[in-house]
Design a protein around this ligand. Structure first.
Ligand SMILES: *[C@@H]1O[C@H](CO)[C@@H](O)[C@H](O)[C@H]1NC(C)=O
Ligand SMILES: *[C@@H]1O[C@H](CO)[C@@H](O)[C@H](O)[C@H]1NC(C)=O
Ligand SMILES: *[C@@H]1O[C@H](CO)[C@@H](O)[C@H](O)[C@H]1NC(C)=O
Ligand SMILES: *[C@@H]1O[C@H](CO)[C@@H](O)[C@H](O)[C@H]1NC(C)=O
Ligand SMILES: *[C@@H]1O[C@H](CO)[C@@H](O)[C@H](O)[C@H]1NC(C)=O
Length: 403
């Protein structure tokens, strides 16, 4: 992802239920991507202004304040409104607890620093290195940029690198490098239900060359296999039972049938080629570059495809520039399946799976961004399909999630 901003990470933060009318202005601002034909180039970040959306439409979005407990081989996830999945980690000795967004579109771990005085930091837990006996000074400057449609060029966070023990699930990783953030922008972090972000992508996109947590788990003998799998519950906000992140393993109890494997085309994000996507007999894509991204709430499709999808779904606001499209809730049971074909396997998504329902408001999961030609399968897809991210053999496994 060579976004225009230097070293932009393609993180699809808690993305997408963007802001309706309030952000119309933002929606008009264009992210400037280099115009390469390479589909890897142009992946935008959508951001989820769920709070604004919920206030505007009085959506029933509950609060999730506690964090998930750990499991043996991995960690339970918290689920925020089916749009953000986060987990608990502990840093330092004695442990300081944080909740971190699970993101497969970036490869760094960061949390707010005790030295950060901005309001987003004040609203979240902050790491105090002085209070940790196992802290190791590093102090290398750190800066990460996330592409976003919120303003020109993206959202930047900066701080410095520190090293300490990081605990995830039952695993203690020694001398893990992570960023202490001292400058965190209001949007979109002010009220995020997580303190920081845990990037799980390939080390090739790790800012500052910091070894990602997953790699250290292997190096330090906690897991044998460089990979993880994800199971997302779709029951709405649930701080304790929102899903599972399984480190170094798969769990056949979480899916039915066999896993379908597809090779990763570029070892950076989890990108692969999808054979096709079909809605009500209309083919929307043929051999399209696709990213599987736990950090994206929705399903991002190329601009040409969204027009067709919106027509077939009969969305009520097809010309809305916000990128959030509504369907009449009473029609959901009549809407056709979206059928993704990946590695010759048909993976249907039912309307009840691709429509997000908040009270009596129904939002289509499909959205697009100007200039983006990639398909991005986010949480709406991952709720229906258990996914395996295999960095050892460079492949993605997909199986029908048990409900
Ligand atoms: C950080 O921890 C140290 C040592 O426990 C403590 O003295 C200091 O007050 C803490 N800083 C803040 C801002 O809480
Ligand atoms: C700081 O962290 C970076 C990235 O992990 C590493 O390359 C560098 O050697 C570290 N510096 C020190 C002084 O440990
Ligand atoms: C999800 O919600 C359904 C319906 O309310 C319930 O039957 C099921 O037990 C819930 N599952 C979990 C894991 O909470
Ligand atoms: C979906 O396909 C069926 C059968 O071809 C057709 O009758 C129906 O009109 C299509 N629906 C839409 C929304 O185009
Ligand atoms: C959306 O815009 C198109 C083209 O400008 C127009 O033909 C159509 O009537 C508009 N649809 C609605 C629902 O406003």
């Amino acid at each position: 992802m060579r976004l225009k901003c230097n070293s932009c990470k393609l993180i699809q933060l808690w993305m997408t239920l963007i802001v309706l009318f309030a952000l119309k202005v933002d929606a008009l601002q264009r992210l400037k991507f280099e115009r390469h034909r390479n589909p890897e180039q142009s992946h935008h970040n959508l951001k989820n202004e769920l709070k604004s959306l919920s206030i505007k439409h009085k959506l029933k979005v509950e609060d999730a304040t506690t964090v998930a407990p750990s499991k043996d081989r991995g960690t339970s996830l918290g689920n925020y409104a089916n749009t953000m999945y986060y987990t608990r980690i502990e840093i330092g000795t004695p442990p300081q607890e944080f909740s971190v967004l699970i993101d497969t579109g970036s490869a760094n771990l960061w949390v707010p620093s005790i030295q950060c005085t901005s309001s987003p930091c004040q609203n979240h837990r902050k790491y105090n290195s002085t209070a940790s006996k196992t802290h190791v000074v590093n102090n290398t400057n750190f800066r990460i940029e996330y592409a976003s449609n919120a303003g020109d060029g993206g959202v930047a966070l900066s701080g410095f690198i520190s090293q300490d023990i990081v605990k995830i699930g039952s695993y203690l990783t020694l001398n893990q490098g992570f960023a202490e953030i001292i400058d965190e922008p209001l949007k979109p972090f002010l009220n995020s239900p997580f303190d920081g972000i845990l990037g799980l992508a390939y080390d090739t996109i790790a800012v500052g060359g910091v070894t990602p947590l997953l790699y250290n788990l292997v190096d330090q003998g906690h897991i044998e296999y460089l990979g993880f799998s994800i199971y997302f519950q779709r029951n709405g906000t649930n701080a304790l039972n929102g899903g599972e992140l399984i480190l170094g393993a798969t769990d056949s109890r979480l899916y039915s049938g066999c896993l379908t494997y597809v090779p990763i085309s570029t070892a950076a994000y989890f990108q692969f080629q999808m054979t096709s996507a079909t809605l009500n007999g209309t083919k929307l894509c043929l051999n399209c570059e696709t990213i599987l991204d736990a950090g994206t709430s929705m399903i991002v499709v190329p601009v040409e495809a969204i027009t067709i999808i919106n027509k077939l779904l009969g969305v009520t606001n097809p010309n809305d520039s916000s990128g959030v499209f509504f369907v009449d809730c009473s029609t959901v049971s009549l809407l056709p399946d979206m059928v993704f074909t990946i590695a010759r396997k048909e993976l249907p998504l039912k309307a009840s799976q691709y429509v997000l329902q908040y009270g009596n408001v129904c939002v289509s999961s499909f959205t697009s961004l100007e200039g983006n030609s990639l398909w991005i399968l986010g949480d709406s897809f991952m709720g229906a399909y258990y996914t395996v991210f295999d960095l050892e053999y460079h492949q993605i496994g997909i199986g029908k999630a048990v409900q």
